[in-house]
Design a protein around this ligand. Sequence first.
Ligand SMILES: [Zn+2]
Length: 197
Amino acid sequence: MSLGIVENLIAELSKLPGIGRKSAQRLAFFIMTMSKEEARGLAAAILELKERAGFCQQCFNITDTELCPVCRDPGRDASRICVVEEPSNLVVIENTRSYRGLYHVLLGSLSPLDGLTPERLKIRELLERVARGGVEEVILATNPNTKGEATAQYLASLLKPMQVRVSRIAYGLPIGGDIEFADEVTLTKSLEGRREI
Ligand SMILES: [Zn+2]
């Protein structure tokens, strides 16, 4: 067996977000220990995703139908839209089971230096949804980092004149953590975001 085959897989895996060369090596060697059926299942799932999945016409979640299961669910509260950067963020919020409204996936965050200008994100589509009416609150759940913050500020400036409540998810300390180990920015933000109990 040529080692080039393993190198090839490692190179492909390294292209995935958050996967450095070390992780890619670990994954590649794990895949080598998989049965042929398991490996075929993994490869087939990747291909199926690329062949069948697209973006929801309304919220840009990943789906294999015109509207995603969240948008199709009549039990969801259509008066709330939670704005996230990526479909994976939507999945994490869904897993909490604490949110029953709809979503809007921007497919990125503002980063003009990387070519991510407002036109490249699904911002126009969000404004159109709000303009159609029936939306009472837009929850900005972009990441609490520089790009996510800039995106949230930009969206708030566009949404506020539209007679809709605009909120930002709270910044806080990790549950089970210790104030002593919190960084100053997080601690400052959690003081600012305090609420009555
Ligand atoms: Zn949808």
